[in-house]
Design a protein around this ligand. Structure first.
Ligand code: ADP
Ligand code: ZN
Length: 223
């Protein structure tokens, strides 16, 4: 499946939860780039120039790194893609690659969140250097220098930091790029009849139930 939505919609949070619940792999293009950057690879350094500006990393870099990961799984194993595809070409290449293994996407779940809420969320988002888990730290709990009392990952104990592309200037650009380049991918999946839409404005557990419901893997949760 693909988790689709604007930056800050909660794709990463939901994908980590679903991967544990459904026992499938979570493949996040952004996480793959950040892992490369942490290891100081040329690919990571190149990608970070684009990421920090809030624009898409070029397809010739992105497609290989994501498809390598997808194709390293057994054909019958499930996966959740988070952050990919982000334009029409990526969607087409993914479809071709899956078709060659006689597979296809079961579902594309679009997590909808209005723009003002996205901006607020990204400004308060801190990510784990180790496991990449996103955390929300409200402005009120930050000190004058932007230092928070507790910057420890609740998932793995790693250190939390603010991603350079979560600063306001890059956030505006990312939202614009999303609207211009990524949103058109929705109609691609609508045409294939595999698109489901859920609201991402609610507690994490409620959004999780909605996504599971959309996948028909759980009973409606009533929230
Ligand atoms: P978010 O979902 O919050 O925007 P990601 O970690 O998915 O964060 O992406 C961060 C950045 O990584 C993007 O702004 C972009 O520069 C780059 N990136 C991630 N996925 C892709 C992709 N499929 N194609 C091109 N660039 C990508
Ligand atoms: Zn962590």
């Amino acid at each position: 499946m693909v988790l689709f939505g604007p930056p800050g919609a909660g794709k990463g949070t939901q994908a980590q939860l679903l991967a544990e619940q459904l026992k499938v792999s979570h493949i996040s293009s952004g996480d793959l780039f950040r892992q490369h950057l942490q290891q100081g690879t040329p690919l990571g350094l190149r990608a970070s120039e684009f990421m920090n500006r809030g624009v898409l990393v070029p397809d010739e870099v992105t497609i290989d790194i994501v498809l390598d990961k997808v194709l390293s799984l057994n054909a019958e194993d499930g996966f959740i893609l988070d952050g990919f595809p982000r334009n029409r070409n990526q969607a087409e290449v993914l479809e071709d690659a899956l078709m060659r293994r006689a597979r296809g996407l079961d579902k594309v779940v679009y997590i909808q969140v209005p723009e003002p809420e996205l901006v607020k969320r990204l400004a308060g988002r801190y990510s784990c250097r180790q496991c990449q888990a996103p955390h929300s730290i409200p402005k009120e709990s930050l000190g004058p220098e932007g230092s928070a009392p507790d910057l420890t990952c609740q998932r793995c104990g790693g250190e939390l930091y603010q991603r350079p592309d979560d600063r306001p200037k890059a956030v505006q650009k990312r939202i614009q790029v999303y609207q211009d380049e990524t949103l058109p991918v929705l109609s691609y999946y609508q045409d294939r009849g595999i698109l489901a839409e859920v609201s991402g404005v609610d507690k994490i557990e409620c959004v999780n139930h909605r996504v599971l419901e959309a996948l028909r893997a759980s009973e409606p949760a009533g929230c």
